[in-house]
Design a protein around this ligand. Structure first.
Ligand code: KG4
Ligand code: ZN
Length: 358
């Protein structure tokens, strides 16, 4: 079945055609980064207006690149939560109009779950029982969480950030340092020339300095301390290029090392067979390197989502959508949008023993 997926939860308008959950025929992304860069963050109403301007072209291009027509499509999937409400409304209203006129089934997709699915688009062979339980680290501009995924499709959030998401912590640091938005890719690049040990930034919720962490927070994250420490380290200083590289390298290391340590700790605790890394921050070259090294050390298989499926895209939406649609599910035309990620993630349909009729 060919699924048309649409993504408009933040600042990317995206459409993609994917066959049977894994064969990507097209993945078109129109990024608004330049529009929001001057504000240092995404302005929801501006994002919505831009989605409205671009969505038809993006969808048409996805059909052309896949070399198919609307008659070939078997169903649609659209990101419906969590995200910026004005932005989500554009993608969802467009999708409902198209689904109604063409009589397509339509599934509303959890963006967080779609990021996790990004790791498996090119790897259907990993969705077999011997690779479960899976520990997934999802790190983006809006989310930072460790999820345990069981072969029966049940997913539990073991830990999440108590304040900023990892991407947010990078973007805010970049703003403090006078760098452009989004800061993550710039910090990634500059840190390559820096010394990760030049500055001693605190590792949040790691139980250092003789203060043990409460057991219920052992998989949680906090990045506000490291951000404040960085702010004080650079306050009233004119940094040379090499000092700037050292600051960002040390800052990036403080964040990424905690992400990896806690992911590995979770993988050991649940006896994970596979670790996966997804979300925009999963593009980070330092994080990819130290995660791969750490997973190898504990002899756990790992999958690093390809960068094109880490940042927001619609292939992860179409791909995940297929797993619902193939079961005959149809969310219909009254599905709501929501800003929030629910505490209960529900059943993940791509797990090998997920019930057919959940
Ligand atoms: O997944 P995404 O595109 O959007 C959300 O759902 O949030 O993630 C965007 C985030 C931004 O914070 C951006 O700075 C970060 O991903 N990011 C990176 C890199 N590329 C994107 N962070 C670190 N290193 C990168 N190479
Ligand atoms: Zn995202």
């Amino acid at each position: 079945m060919l699924v048309l997926g649409i993504e408009s939860s933040c600042d990317e308008t995206a459409a993609s055609i994917v066959r049977d959950g894994h064969e990507v025929l097209s993945s078109v992304i129109s990024s608004q980064i330049k529009l929001h860069a001057g504000y240092g963050g995404v302005i929801p109403e501006l994002a919505a207006r831009e989605h409205l301007k671009n969505i038809l072209t993006v969808v048409r291009t996805s059909l052309t690149e896949a070399d198919i027509s609307l008659d070939d499509i078997g169903g649609m999937a659209v990101t419906s939560y969590p995200g910026l409400i004005p932005a989500l409304l554009v993608g969802n209203t467009f999708s409902k109009g198209l689904a109604a006129s063409r009589h397509y089934p339509l599934i509303g997709i959890n963006h967080f779950e779609a990021h996790m699915y990004g790791a498996f688009i090119d790897h259907p062979e990993l969705l077999t029982p011997e690779h479960f339980p899976i520990i997934a680290l999802v790190v983006s501009g809006g989310h930072t969480a460790i999820v345990c995924l069981e072969a029966n499709g049940q997913a539990r959030i073991l830990g999440r950030t108590l304040d900023d998401a990892a991407g947010e912590a990078l973007d805010k640091a970049a703003k403090i340092l006078g760098l452009e938005y989004p800061g993550g890719p710039i910090i990634d690049r500059l840190a390559k020339n820096g010394n990760t040990k030049a500055y001693h930034f605190p590792r949040g919720l790691m139980g250092g300095s003789g203060r043990p962490i409460a057991p219920e927070h052992r998989f949680d994250f906090s990045f506000s301390g490291v951000k404040t420490a960085m702010l004080y380290a650079v306050k009233n200083r004119e940094l040379t290029d090499s000092e700037l590289s050292d600051v960002v390298a040390s800052y990036q290391a403080a964040i990424m090392q905690v992400l990896v340590k806690k992911t590995i700790r979770a993988a050991r605790e649940v006896h994970a067979k596979l670790i996966c890394l997804s979300g925009g921050v999963a593009c980070n070259s330092y994080l990819r390197h130290i995660m791969a090294e750490a997973a190898e050390k504990i002899h756990c298989d790992f999958v690093l989502t390809p960068p094109k499926y880490c940042t927001d895209n619609a292939a992860m939406v179409s791909g995940l959508g297929w797993h619902f649609l193939r079961r005959g599910m149809d969310g219909g035309l009254t599905q709501p949008v929501s800003a929030r990620l629910p505490a209960d993630l529900g059943i993940f349909p791509f797990a090998p023993f997920a019930p057919e009729d959940f």
